[in-house]
Design a protein around this ligand. Structure first.
Ligand code: SF4
Ligand code: SF4
Ligand code: SF4
Length: 317
């Protein structure tokens, strides 16, 4: 039988909260019995994007991690309250709204915080996968339908097809995975891996220039494990580095200069390096827009046509 699954893509989610609002719109003030009683207006969020941050000033990246019930195949909540929670043949885990009344402890049956206590109605509740809509022929729940960037996707497929998708799309659970969640994440590296960000510059005729298009390598134990090039601002980023990877070295090479070697250590955070300058021990300015014509030209090349026209007009170039 085809089962319910969700894929949440962290590279696409912008934290617009449409999914949460659509869930509220569907469930606040509406009783969808026997699936669920109505959701509280201001409290529980059955789906919610959570803001996470990597890096540090002057370079940070924000990722929204949208979380909801993961419809675990090996659900601890069902194990703890087998008379209250149950799994449908399509894999959706539901709470019996009658049997869940008056027992706030049911909330603790989910180790991931996805069961909520409705104080007004004195009942434990959670995401229903919008089963009441699916049973009427809907092909996706309200939150999925409302996501403007298709960051959430529902997939109905056999278990073996899901296993193939997990493999081919590199899907990962946000938990340890031992409870076999049916909600998995794409591009989870935005949340659980580290990056190294930095910039390189050099002096030309007394003016600091961005070191554009130079080779930047990441070495661990003197072995190159990743390679990239600086962009038009002289910046580079190497991402998807596992936490606690330990000591490593960034090596930047530019014709006519000795290479720059920067030792660093990856613990549990991303690392943002200073702006290093070729041919000197002085540090450069953090790479923003460099104050010279060449850099501005390069910046304009990377803009959309409309932006470029506007910029040229504003600066008379
Ligand atoms: S995420 Fe929590 S509530 Fe949802 S099925 Fe798993 S254990 Fe149960
Ligand atoms: S599937 Fe339905 S109940 Fe679950 S979070 Fe989305 S909108 Fe809410
Ligand atoms: S609607 Fe989509 S983009 Fe917006 S917060 Fe939810 S998952 Fe992210």
């Amino acid at each position: 039988m085809k089962k319910f699954h969700m894929i949440i893509d962290l590279e696409k989610c912008v934290g617009c909260f449409n999914c949460m609002l659509a869930c509220k719109d569907e469930h606040v003030g509406n009783k969808w019995l026997p699936y669920t009683d109505e959701q509280q207006k201001h409290e529980d969020k059955w789906i919610c994007p959570e803001l996470t941050e990597r890096g540090e000033a002057p370079y940070t990246e924000v990722t929204y991690v949208t979380k909801t019930c993961m419809q675990c195949d090996n659900a601890p909540c069902i194990k703890k309250y087998p008379d209250v929670l149950f799994r449908r043949s399509d894999g959706i885990v539901l709470i019996d709204p009658q049997r869940a009344k008056g027992n706030p402890d049911i909330v603790n049956a989910c180790p991931y915080g996805n069961i909520h206590w409705n104080e007004e109605l004195q009942v434990a509740q959670k995401c229903t996968g919008c089963a009441h809509l699916l049973d009427q022929g809907w092909t996706e729940p309200r939150c999925v339908q409302a996501c403007p960037l298709h960051a959430i996707q529902t997939v109905f497929c056999e278990d073996y097809q899901w296993d193939q998708l997990v493999e081919t799309q590199g899907l990962k659970p946000i938990t340890s995975g031992e409870n076999r969640p049916r909600v998995m994440y794409k591009n989870l590296y935005c949340y659980n891996k580290c990056f190294i960000k930095g910039a390189f510059a050099f002096d030309k005729d007394g003016i600091e220039e961005a070191a554009v298009g130079i080779k930047v390598e990441l070495l661990i134990n003197k072995v190159v494990v990743a390679e990239t090039e600086t962009d038009f601002l002289g910046e580079f980023k190497i991402d998807r580095i596992p936490k606690d990877s330990g000591k490593m070295t960034i090596k930047a090479s530019m014709d006519g200069y000795d290479p720059i070697l920067v030792d660093l250590e990856i613990k549990d955070k991303s690392v943002v390096l200073d702006c290093y300058k070729f041919g000197t021990d002085e540090l450069g300015k953090p790479a923003v827009i460099l104050p010279n014509e060449h850099a501005n030209e390069l910046a304009v090349q990377h803009m959309t046509k409309a932006d470029a026209e506007e910029t040229k007009e504003a600066y008379g170039k």
